[in-house]
Structure formats: structure tokens, C-alpha cells
Design a protein around this ligand. Sequence first.
Ligand SMILES: O=C(O)[C@@H](CO)OP(=O)(O)O
Length: 248
Amino acid sequence: MHKLVLLRHGESQWNLENRFTGWTDVDLTATGEAQAREAGEVLKAEGFAFDVAFTSMQTRAIRTLNLALESMDQVYVPVIKHWRLNERHYGALQGLDKAETAAKHGEDQVKIWRRSYDVPPPPLEESDERNPALDARYVDVPDEDLPLTECLKDTVERFLPYWDVEIKPLVAAGESVIIAAHGNSLRALYKHLAGISDEDIIGVNIPTGMPLVFELDEKLKTQKFYYLGDEEKVKAAMEAVANQGKAK
Ligand SMILES: O=C(O)[C@@H](CO)OP(=O)(O)O
């Protein structure tokens, strides 16, 4: 049996401000840092010893991983960063307040933009200074692979090839792996690993800073998955994420 750990970053500045974030590179808040350290403590208490860690190219996920490994006394673990683990690109919604957007366009429309499988938010203009093609960290990525918006299906299509080729073989070989990433990029992997339908993925919300363990058999079929930590706390945190798209 293999155990794979998924960890969404701790609270970011724009989680706190309730703004659509996507590929905007915001940092953790002090609460987010504490959540990351706490995740590390929980993982340590459960006896996890990682062989390799994967994360995105975004500060909030990288720092969450670093802080968690630090509180596990495992900063020596090799870390691989890749853009395919980045958050889903939120297009022209990036920077907008979620509750204000719900008041303007309706909660139903915001839920479609936030959680539907195949409806992308309006794209950024190519000339927008936030176009990832202008960001030095993606200089080696072909422009046509860099998104100006994404629905979850697009995120699945860019994340899963990386999972299949780079991560899955390590898990299959018995390596202990942690992936520190984002609410929606982890929903893409969650959908795949848990076999969730395009319709049911709408109801899945991943809370910040809470380790999610997938137990996989020898064929890497999921046997069970669960969050580490207090069940009520996890439930409340999931509901809070779902409610971020409601008008005030
Ligand atoms: O803004 C975002 O990029 C994501 C994750 O923080 O938010 P949401 O939960 O609304 O998809």
C-alpha cells in the first residue's frame, strides 16, 4: 500500500481578502504560515518521512511546503517545482473580490466560474501585463502552453500528464511523496485519484493547510482518502471555502 499526501497551501493574502487569485503570486498570511507549520506537525506525528516533494512555481505553495518540512525536521527532502502544479488560471477574474463579483454577476454564475468542470472564466487579454508569457519564471515554457484562463478540465489536462510521467512512477516505486499545491490544481488530481464525475467535482472544496492522504494499492488504485486532523474542523474549513463565492 502506498500513501500519497496532498497539501493545499496555507491561507494566502488574497484568501484573506477573498479575491480570485489563480496565477497571481501572493504570499502566505501569518495564519497561513501557522497552518503550514501545523500541517508539518500533524504529518510528523503520523510518522510520515518523505523521499521527495513536489510543488508549483508559486510562492504560497513553495513556502507552505518549506514550512511543513521544517516542522517535520525534513528540510533535506528533495523538492521539485513545476508550473504544471500551479493553481488554475482565473483569467480576467484574478484580483476581483469574490463576494462583489457574486453581487454583480449572481452567485450561480460565480459558482460556475469557480467550480464547474468545463466553463472557463473570461480570459486575460494577451497584452495584459499579467500574461504568464511575460513572467521570467516561465521562460522555458512554450507560450502556447501558458494559459490566459482555465476551467478545471484545462487544469486536469495540464496536470495529469505531469502526474503520469513524473510523480506516479515514483509512488509506484515505493517513494513517499508529498505534493504541495493549490485548491483547484489539487481538485484536478483529486478528481482523477478519487474517480469523481464531472458533475460531482462541483461540490468538492479543499481547505487550506490540511494534509489529505490517499492510500493507493499496488496498481495505484485508490483504496481510501482522508484528511488528517479534527473532522469537524476540516468540515467547517471546506464549508468556509464553498461560501467564499456568496454575495454579502
Ligand atoms: O482564487 C483562487 O485561485 C482559488 C483558490 O484560492 O479560489 P476558489 O476557491 O474561489 O477557486
